[in-house]
Ligand binder design. Structure first.
Ligand SMILES: Cc1cc2nc3c(=O)[nH]c(=O)nc-3n(C[C@H](O)[C@H](O)[C@H](O)COP(=O)(O)O)c2cc1C
Length: 211
């Protein structure tokens, strides 16, 4: 069953505001959260390696453990239905066979493309520096996060992207290997309890140029 409540893309996009206060009565079922994540992960990613990893923090215990790591962002954690911690897996290449193999199985990719692409992709990942890998997973993680925020609105929820948290300790506090999982951002999600703030955007003349 689909939980989509709003399918008006323009309204979803222009109506999005960072929401920092939520209706504490509203929980998002695991079924719907799974649907939200599934829809968000239709986002594109480098080599289709899908390095995004999510931890859905929703129990009072897990939220209490998160609270000391989010400095001035307490209200989002306390009132949201969940905080989704988005990470980038620095070993995303380990899924290459699974992803490309499935594409062959489904008839999306010819076998000869698989045989050509897979070794090329593996040698590329083996050749890049740790910095390049980090940039890649952060870009992919940003794309899925943006898509998740829009998908949330389609489901009738709002979000706040959060960068103000302890990135040094978040992975370990969630039981993840900090050498492998790079923090991208936190996303609080829930039913808005206020309208948020209007915010200014620079004019396009200031941010774009034509050549
Ligand atoms: C990567 C990122 C990190 C952010 N970190 C925080 C944060 O720690 N706390 C917060 O209240 N808002 C945070 N924001 C929200 C921005 O303040 C907000 O997106 C911006 O002011 C524009 O407002 P809008 O989202 O309502 O359009 C963050 C946004 C982004 C994209």
């Amino acid at each position: 069953m689909s939980h989509i409540k709003n399918n008006d893309f323009y309204e979803i996009m222009t109506g999005r505001r960072s929401i920092r206060s939520y209706d504490t009565e509203v929980k998002i079922s695991k079924e719907e959260m799974t649907e939200i994540l599934k829809e968000a992960t239709t986002a594109p990613s480098s080599g289709n390696m899908q390095p995004w990893r999510f931890v859905v923090i929703e129990s009072p215990e897990a939220k209490a453990a998160l609270a000391p790591l989010v400095s001035f962002n307490q209200q989002q954690v306390a009132t949201s239905s969940a905080v989704i911690a988005v990470f980038g897996d620095l070993k995303s290449i380990d899924n290459a066979e699974t992803i490309y193999g499935k594409a062959v199985e489904l008839g999306y990719m010819p076998q000869e493309v698989f045989e050509r692409q897979l070794p090329a992709l593996k040698s590329y990942y083996a050749s890049i520096s740790s910095d390049v890998n980090k940039h890649m997973v952060l870009i992919d993680g940003g794309l899925v996060s943006m898509q998740l925020m829009l998908v949330a609105r389609a489901h009738g929820y709002d979000t706040n992207p959060i960068g103000g948290y302890d990135k040094q300790n978040i992975a370990e506090s969630l039981g993840l290997d900090k050498e492998r999982y790079l923090p991208v951002m936190l996303l609080s999600i829930g039913k808005a309890a206020d309208a948020g703030y209007n915010s200014v955007r620079l004019p396009i003349e200031a941010v774009a140029q034509w050549k």
